[in-house]
Design a protein around this ligand. Structure first.
Ligand code: NAI
Length: 332
């Protein structure tokens, strides 16, 4: 049996890093059949929109997707393709594990965090208007239902995966209604999980505490904008955007994606680090239960990282994306 997966290559370095990932999965014998679908700037050129209906239909049909980074043309009236995907498919969990990797030297050892981001509301609701010339208003949306939905997902996931402690991070002192509602939902659902340690703290305190020592944290739950920012900060603790995987998960559909952007400065030069997409693909295999296969590919990746001879520039090496990919395939 093969998993049919929608593949959105993406823009900029997208085709390079998704191509590398597909080669590695193929070499490992992953039971995947790809269904290519357009998205981002490439889709705008061909279909006039960054997220064509056929692409959405493909993801809905397969219920699994792997996505490279997408460029949203700025100031041209297009809604971000990423936001469209998350909102329309109700992929309400932004899932970002942040782990130290062998051979990547950072100020902190043994970082092991899970950042969970509410993916559908907040300022990303896209409700903005001009009150009068020179004055605009952007609305932060926060519903009890969305707060409870992601809180329940977080606690269920923790129960099933051995996580012990969760912090809900907010700015309720400044945005008491929107952030207060999220916090209330978190504590209400949390009361049903007495065996999980829970706390809350202001998001600015979290930023400070993470920069000082990420050690005491396990799972972090944040609204959309705070989660966007803090998950990138957390990626910086373990070696940067090139090595941090991510996923957008709903009740029926999950789309796995690189957390970095299209990296226009290095696009088309065979310099990109493919690990963010590759590790996202491993999250996908883990999601469907292919744990042994994940362990085997991870071992090959870790060996190449530990040896350090064939890693890309962002990791201090000088290997091309293709050479890095070949080295992982050789290990497999
Ligand atoms: P970026 O993540 O593309 O680049 C930031 C820096 O990190 C650059 O120096 C880049 O070379 C480097 N970098 C990123 N990924 C790398 C990789 N895999 N290997 C080695 N180096 C890597 O962020 P930026 O420049 O802010 O955004 C560029 C475009 O990407 C924009 O159009 C933005 O909208 C889009 N974007 C898309 C995202 C998505 O589809 N999920 C997420 C973030 C940005």
């Amino acid at each position: 049996m093969k998993y049919r997966v929608t593949l959105i290559e993406g823009d900029g370095i997208g085709p390079e890093v998704t191509g590398a990932t597909c080669r590695i999965l193929h070499a490992a014998g992953a039971p995947i059949e790809w269904e290519q679908a357009p998205g981002g700037a490439a889709a705008v050129a061909q279909y006039g929109v960054p997220m064509p209906d056929d692409t959405m239909a493909s993801v809905k049909r397969n219920r699994l997707g792997l996505k490279g980074p997408l460029e949203t043309p700025k100031g041209k009236g297009f809604r971000s393709a990423n936001v469209t995907l998350r909102q329309e498919l109700e992929l309400y969990v932004g899932y970002r594990p942040v782990r130290s990797l062998p051979g990547i030297h950072t100020p902190y050892k043994d970082v092991d965090l899970l950042v969970l981001r509410e993916n559908t509301e907040d300022l990303y609701a896209g409700i903005e208007h001009e009150l009068k010339p020179g004055m605009v208003m952007s609305l932060k949306v926060s519903t009890r239902q969305a707060g409870e939905r992601i809180s329940r997902w977080a606690f269920e996931h923790m129960r099933n995966h051995g996580h012990r402690k969760i912090h809900c991070c907010h700015k309720a002192s400044v945005v008491p209604m929107a952030d207060g509602a999220f916090l209330d939902a978190f504590h209400a659902i949390g009361a049903e999980y007495p065996f999980i340690e829970k706390d809350d703290l202001p998001v600015d305190n979290l930023a400070f505490a993470l920069a000082q020592d990420p050690g005491p944290f396990d799972v972090l739950l944040l609204q959309n904008l705070y989660g966007d920012i803090l998950s990138d900060l957390a990626a910086g603790l373990v070696g940067g955007l090139g090595v941090a995987p991510g996923a957008n998960i709903g009740d029926r559909i999950a789309v796995f994606e690189a957390v970095h952007g299209t990296a226009p400065d290095i696009a088309g030069q065979d310099k990109a680090n493919p690990l963010s997409v590759l590790l996202s693909a491993l999250l996908m295999l883990e999601y469907v239960g292919e744990v042994k296969l994940v362990e085997r590919i991870e071992r090959a990746v870790f060996d190449v990282l530990e040896e350090g001879r064939h890693v890309t520039g962002d990791l201090g090496g000088s290997a091309s994306c293709s050479r890095f990919t070949d080295a992982i395939i050789d290990k497999l």
